[in-house]
Every structure is written in C-alpha cells, then in structure tokens.
Design a protein around this ligand. Structure first.
Ligand code: C2E
Ligand code: CA
Ligand code: CA
Length: 701
C-alpha cells in the first residue's frame, strides 16, 4: 500500500487539505466522541442529509440522528458498549429534522486508541432500502409462521421442500436431523408410515401436483387415532405458481368431541326408543298397553281409508280365579293367555291389554273378525297350567267394526264402546263366546239404564209395595200370607219377573228386600199379634244372604215392628244352597236360632238332591206349582208328589203346595197330607187393604 502512495502520489497529488475533502465529500461524515457518543464534528453534507446546518450537529448525541444507534452498535464502537477498535457497515434508519426517517448505510471505523469514532453515512436508494423492509417482512412472516398452531410445509415445483415451520416437524414427529438433510423421500416415508390410508394420501398429492392451481381440504386419519385436517393451496409469486403450501391442523380433540357428541345423541335416540317402548308396553304380559292401543286406534281411525275391526276380550270369572288361587296365579294366567292370543293373530294385528283381564285385538281392513274371534274363544278350551295348577278358563269376546270411513269420533272411541257392549252381550248370553255388536244392543242398553234408574227411585219412594196372597191350612184357616212385590208404575202394576232379575243384577235387590220386609212388618204386625200361629212369608234372594249383616238387619226390623221372629218365614230357592258360601248357611242358621223359619221355594225344580235337604237349615218346602198343575181331573194321581210330601214330613218339614187353581187339586193335595195350600183358588195376591178381615179369619177349603 505504501508503494502505491509513493509511486503515484508525488506526481498527481492535488493540493487539497483534509479539511477541504471533509467539506466536499458527497457523504455525511461525523466524528463522535467515543465515550459519550456526542458528535464533535460534522461535514456540510451531514447537515444536508439530516436537514440541519452542519454546525448545529456538533454537540448533540448521535442518537438524535440515528435513533437505533444503540441497538446497532453494541460493544463495537462506543465504550458504553465495550471495547472498540473495529470497523464495519450496517443499515439503520436516519432521523430527518422534521421527524421523517429514511434508510441509511452507516460505515464506522475507530482504532480504539483514539478517543473518536468516524462515521460515514449515506442514504440508501429505494431498492436498497427495500432490502431492509424485506427483512422486516420476512421476520414478521417467520414470527407468524412459528406462532400458528398449524404445521406448515412448503414444497417447490420440483418437489423439494423449501420451507417448514417447527410445528410441522413436531406434529408429524419428524426428527430435525432428517429435516436438515432436506431428504424429501425420507420425510414422505415418515409421513406416509403414520397414516391409515397412505395410498389415498399419495394419490391426493399426485392429483394436486397435476393440477397446480387447485386447492383442497381433506381429512387424514392416523394409525394412532389422531386426525389431521389437510389444507393445500398453490404458492404464488405474483401470478406465477412456484410451489405448493401444505397446512396441517390437528383436529383429533375436535373429532373426538364430535364422536362423543354423536354417540351421546345416538344413545339418547336409542333410549328415547326404549322409553317410548316402555310407555307403550304392558309390564305384565309384554303386550301393548292402553296407551298403545289408544295411539294405534287414533292412527288407524285418522288414516280413514281402511276398514277396522276391534275385538274386546274379557276373561270370564277372573275375579274368582284371583280370589281362590291368589293374584300370582291370576298373573300367570294372564301371561299365558297373552302368549296364546299373540299366537293366533297376524304380526300386523295390534294386541294390547287395556285392563285387569281385558284384552283388545285391532284388525286392519279385510280381516275376518269372526274367524279371529272364534280362534280366540277356542284358546281357552285348553286349561292353563299355572305352577302345576290346571285352570279352566273361558273368554267372552265382543266384536265391533267400522266401515271404510272410520272418522276419529266414530271409529275410535265409539268403536271401543260398541265392542264393550257386544262383549257384555256375550257374557249375558252365557259367556265363552263371541258376539258382534248390533245397534239393537244399544237400545237395550239404554232401556236397561233407564230401568235401573227408575227402579232405584221406585225403591227409595213408595212405588214398590207388597201384595199379599193367603196360605190356608188343612182346616181352611188362613195361617199365613205371602208377600209378593209389585211395582206401581205409570198407572199400571209391574210383576216381579219384570224387575226382580234386574234388581238382582244391579245389587238393588238388597234395598228392595229391606224395604219389603219393613213394609210387610208394618202392614201385618197387628194381624200377627192377634194369633201366634199366624205367620208372614217373605221372599229372599240369595244375594241378600251374602250380606254378613243380613240376619242382624232382619231381626232388627222385626224388633222395631214388634213381631216375634217365630212368625216370619223366609222363602229361599234351592240355588242358594248350591253356593259353597258358608256365609249364606251361617246367616240362615243364625236366623233360625232366633226362631225364624226357612222355606225352600219352588221345591222340585232345582237341582239339589232331596238327600241334601237333611243337612240344610230348612223348616218347610213349597212344592212348585208345576207339580200342582199336573193334578188334572177327578182321578188324578201323582206318585211323585206323594213321595215328596212323605220325604219332607220324614225330615220334620211342613209342605205347602203352590198354584192351587181347582177344587180337584185342593182335594187331592189334602188327601195326601199336604199341610198348606196357596193359589188363585183361595185368592190372588192383593194389597193389604183389600184383604177383608173376614177372609183373613177363615176360608172354606
Ligand atoms: P213365588 O215366590 O213362587 O211366588 C208365587 C208366584 O206364583 C207369584 O207370582 C204368584 O202371583 C203366583 N201365583 C200364586 N198363585 C198362583 C196360581 O194359582 N196360579 C199361578 N199360575 N200363579 C200363581 P209373582 O207375584 O209374579 O211372583 C213371582 C216371583 O217373584 C215369586 O215367585 C218370587 O220368587 C219373586 N218375588 C216376588 N216378590 C218378591 C220379593 O219381595 N223379593 C224377592 N226376592 N222375590 C220376590
Ligand atoms: Ca215364594
Ligand atoms: Ca214358589
């Protein structure tokens, strides 16, 4: 370097001072005090560059011109930043006097021995300043890329990896050492190995490279259960495609949450089904229940177009089975019956249990309801085995149908009502059968309901009164009167056959019996009081005798009327003794203990063997009028009547013959020793007031 100076300097060296060079230089030259960073000298260009006079720069800190001085110059130049003695160049921002900043290149030099540092500063041209902006941009981009949760991979058109972020490596579990090699194949191998469907992955990659413009979003399933979302789009510079950016997002957690939510939903849906099923199932038999039946009936009726048949089944005498064998046995029977019913209908027919022992079968149009009903009745022909006990059962079935236009009102509620009426008709007709509804049943039903209502009112009021029919002894004396109920109704008289069966069917017979005995006692107390041999006969239904207080209530009525119980005869039919109810016998026995006498009415027509009479608490028999009516003509002879009279006498009972209409009958019965006689011959039943005192005293036989 010295040779160069020596060789040419002497010949060309112009006469110019260092100061002049300082003044002419087309770059800013600043001399700083090393320790403080204060400008101690500045050339005129420096003044121009920073918008000030050069003189005004002296004495101010360099940071006034270069605000980033401290971040750029650390230990290199200024003592505040450590040992100096080096030189270098850096880019930073210069500060114009008004606040505007601009890019500058700063050269600095100092040996460390001198107390000064010399700076040369030049403004960077636009493109040169761009480099700094670019750097800023790149740094910003890097920061963004590294802070995203996605894994990013940028691949050039040649297929080589041109960029990745740290997340990509960690998400795909690719060791940095492999990434550092830029070995694409090794990276692809690692990627593909982890996937459930590597072929599909590679195919997608190939497809996208064939269509560089394309964007795609798809899902990658990992062998270890992770799930990534893959987004890919071209990497562009201006309009030019230079590569492809792949972005991967780990959506495993989201996916799991989705799966869980789906499962929960499914679970709920399946439970809803289960709940619905429960709500519509009869717990005992597993058949549908009333809610299901109502629902199906409504649906079928709403559908409108089809015909419908409804079969209502009711077990006959189920209450007895429950009472005698216990509820468990009853339940077992219902379960078996439900199974049998299901067995004789088609899959699409609806079967439900809608009450204790009530089942329904709903048949869609076109079914032969009678045939199904027949099969159902036949079901009960085989006894049901419940826990080793063979139970005989029978079923009554009511059928109702509606035509092609089953509106909700006609076809739904009404259908069940009509089936119910038909079922009751089946019961009344003797049970163990099916009956189809016909409108006539409706009017009978209405009639019966009205009758029941009227009868109740008649009993409560005074419309039912006792008529009396006399009973005469062999002497011709009236020894007894039998009370027979009459209903004074709408100006006429209704006979017992008209209302007694109905009173029995509805339970009104108890009130009727009490009322009758009370009235009879009041009517006849005086007549009875005049002669202890006289008696009154009152008819009693078997139902009244089931009442555990019956004997007590009879005795109470007699007490109230002042009648000796020995003057009352209660007439019962043979059938009351057929009931195994020992309660009935007990009531009769109790009454007899108090002197009340018991007579078997209509004797000979029932099924009890004469032999049983011996064991029964009975004092008298009344020969049914059908026997009396066999006595026709003067030569009549009846060995049967003779045997019956003899047998009764042998058992210590008296015999009354009923229905005496002719003198021959009266004479014959007298001749064979019959104790008492009763019939139109002596008198028809009539009101108490119509019984003349004379008639009551003596009658010529
Ligand atoms: P019952 O006890 O056998 O009564 C005799 C029935 O035969 C009476 O019919 C009577 O009118 C009728 N009768 C009497 N003499 C003759 C005769 O010479 N020829 C014919 N053909 N019939 C005669 P009624 O009054 O219609 O009674 C019918 C049945 O009603 C009675 O038969 C009785 O079982 C029942 N009954 C009547 N009143 C009552 C009552 O207050 N309570 C109960 N539980 N049943 C009653
Ligand atoms: Ca009677
Ligand atoms: Ca009778």
């Amino acid at each position: 370097m010295g040779g160069y100076v020596d060789g040419h300097a002497a010949a060309v060296r112009p006469d110019i001072s260092a100061q002049r060079i300082f003044e002419l230089a087309r770059c800013a030259i600043l001399v700083l005090e090393r320790k403080s960073g204060v400008i101690i000298s500045a050339n005129p260009f420096a003044g121009a560059l920073f918008g000030r006079s050069s003189g005004s720069l002296e004495g101010i800190p360099i940071t006034s011109l270069l605000p980033e001085w401290h971040t750029r110059i650390t230990a290199d130049v200024c003592p505040a930043a450590g040992p100096a003695g080096d030189a270098g160049v850096f880019h930073t921002r210069g500060q114009w006097v008004g606040g505007h900043s601009f890019s500058v290149e700063v050269g600095f030099a100092g040996t460390g021995q001198e107390p000064c540092v010399v700076l040369t500063i030049r403004e960077l041209r636009e493109n040169e300043g761009g480099t700094a902006d670019l750097q800023n941009l790149v740094s910003l981009l890097n920061a963004t890329l590294e802070s995203t949760a996605d894994g990013l991979l940028v691949v050039g058109l040649d297929g080589r990896i041109t960029g990745i972020n740290a997340n990509f490596a960690s998400m795909w579990r690719i060791p940095r050492t492999i990434l550092a090699t830029h070995d694409d194949q090794a990276v692809i191998g690692l990627v593909v190995d982890q996937l459930q469907e590597p072929e599909a992955f590679l195919a997608k990659v190939r497809e996208l490279y064939d269509r560089p413009q394309a964007e795609s979003l798809d899902i990658l399933e990992f062998k270890d259960g992770r799930v990534f979302e893959r987004f890919s789009r071209p990497q562009m510079i201006a309009d030019r495609i230079v590569g492809r950016v792949w972005s991967f997002r780990d959506i495993t957690a989201r996916r799991q949450a989705e799966i869980k939510a789906d499962r929960a939903l499914e679970d709920l849906a399946s439970r809803a089904d289960e709940l619905r099923k429960l709500a519509f199932t009869d717990a005992l038999t597993g058949l549908g229940n009333r809610a299901l039946f109502n629902d199906e009936l409504r649906k079928a009726a709403a559908a409108g177009a089809q015909e419908l048949s409804l079969l209502l089944l009711d077990l006959d005498d189920f209450k007895e089975i429950n009472d005698v064998h216990g509820h468990q046995c009853g339940d077992g029977m219902l379960i078996e019956l439900a199974r049998r019913i299901r067995g004789v209908v088609r899959r699409e027919d609806i079967v439900a249990r809608i009450g204790g022992d009530e089942f329904v079968v709903l048949l869609p149009g076109g079914s032969d309801a009678e045939a199904v009903a027949g099969r159902l009745v036949d079901l009960a022909q085989r006894p049901i085995d419940v826990g080793g006990v063979q139970l005989a059962v029978s079923l009554s079935v009511g059928i109702a149908g509606c035509g092609s236009n089953c509106s909700d009102q006609d076809g739904g509620v009404d259908l069940l009502r009509r089936a119910d009426i038909a079922m009751y008709a089946a019961k009344s007709a003797g049970k163990n059968r099916f009956v189809r509804f016909d409108p006539g049943m409706m009017s009978k039903l209405v009639e019966r309901a009205a009758l029941q209502d009227n009868l109740r009112k008649a009993i409560a009021g005074d419309a039912i009164v006792p008529f009396y029919q006399i009973v005469v002894a062999r002497t011709g004396e009236v020894c007894q009167v039998e009370a027979l109920a009459r209903w004074q109704h709408e100006g006429g008289i209704r006979l017992p056959s008209d209302f007694i069966p109905h009173a029995e069917a509805t339970g009104l017979i108890r009130d009727l019996g009490t009322m009758m005995l009370t009235k009879v006692s009041a009517d006849m107390a005086a007549w009875l009081g005049a002669d202890a041999e006289r008696s009154i006969a009152v008819n009693v239904s078997g139902l009244e005798l089931r009442d555990v207080d019956y004997a007590e209530s009879v005795l109470e009525i007699l007490r109230t009327a002042g009648i000796n119980p020995g003057q009352l005869v209660l007439e019962v039919t043979e059938s009351v003794f057929l009931e195994e109810e020992c309660g009935v016998i007990a009531q009769l026995a109790e009454l007899r203990r108090h002197g009340v006498r018991i007579a078997v009415d209509d004797f000979g027509t029932g099924y009890s063997s004469f032999g049983r009479l011996q064991e029964l608490p009975v004092d008298a028999v009344k020969l049914d009028k059908s026997f009396t009516h066999r006595i026709a003509g003067p030569d009549a002879h009846s060995p049967i009547i003779i045997s019956m009279v003899d047998m009764a006498h042998n058992l210590g009972m008296t015999v009354t013959a009923e229905g005496i209409e002719t003198r021959e009958q009266a004479d014959y019965l007298n001749s064979i020793g019959c104790d008492h006689q009763q019939g139109y011959l002596y008198g028809r039943p009539q009101p108490a007031g119509n019984l003349p005192a004379a008639t009551l005293d003596t009658l010529e036989p």
